[in-house]
Write a protein of this length. Structure first.
Length: 201
């Protein structure tokens, strides 16, 4: 994987239903603790499913938000809303970046969000959706949220799969490479994916 040296989190979410831990395959080994969330068939093998009350908590701080970074993940929304909301929060009153994207429920999309300096780029299936330049006085973000536009539950609704974070701004070409990698990379034995045997390469 060409960007592996910059990877700070790599969560395939391939655990079996009932698992209370999900494994990080980056060098940081920042495994996540799963509470009230489930695992089901996903875009690649299994995925993690959130029903509005669950979470997957990574206690180790692996991302330096004062530096360039990119978040890549497969996302799938529930029919309760077709709006995906991305929010960058900054220190100060009313200092935030917010982007709404309309998606079809129950359909997988490859989402990538990059930040370099005061520029935020959002990609969907490797196509640039928006390039936004934040005011210089905003400084560095202090928090990021990727959520569904549904205020009837405390936490998020939807599924995530093959979530990766890089301490680098990936180019559009590199994001396209990540998308193609997650779509095509599979190891088979007699036509059966290795992951069906519990073997992850």
């Amino acid at each position: 994987m060409a960007q592996e040296q910059f990877m700070v989190l790599n969560m395939p979410f391939d655990e079996a239903e009932g698992a209370k831990k999900t494994y990080d395959y980056s060098p940081n080994r920042a495994d996540g603790v799963v509470t009230d969330a489930s695992f089901e068939a996903g875009r690649q093998s299994n995925c993690i499913r959130f029903d509005g009350a669950g979470k997957c908590e990574v206690q180790k701080n692996v991302l330096d938000m004062a530096r360039d970074f990119t978040i890549c993940t497969w996302v799938k929304l529930y029919p309760v809303s077709n709006q995906l909301i991305i929010v960058f929060n900054y220190n100060g009153i009313n200092k935030l970046y917010q982007k709404s994207i309309e998606l079809n429920a129950e359909q997988w999309y490859y989402l990538a969000i990059s930040r370099s300096g005061n520029t935020i780029c959002t990609y969907l299936n490797s196509t640039l959706v928006e390039r936004a330049v934040m005011p210089n006085d905003f400084g560095n973000p202090i928090g990021i949220s990727i959520n569904q536009d549904n205020y009837n539950t405390t936490l998020g609704n939807g599924c995530l799969d093959e979530t990766r974070i890089y301490q680098k701004e990936l180019t559009q070409e590199e994001i396209d490479g990540e998308l193609n990698n997650t779509k095509q990379l599979a190891y088979l034995l007699d036509g059966v994916n290795f992951k069906e045997y519990g073997v992850f390469v």
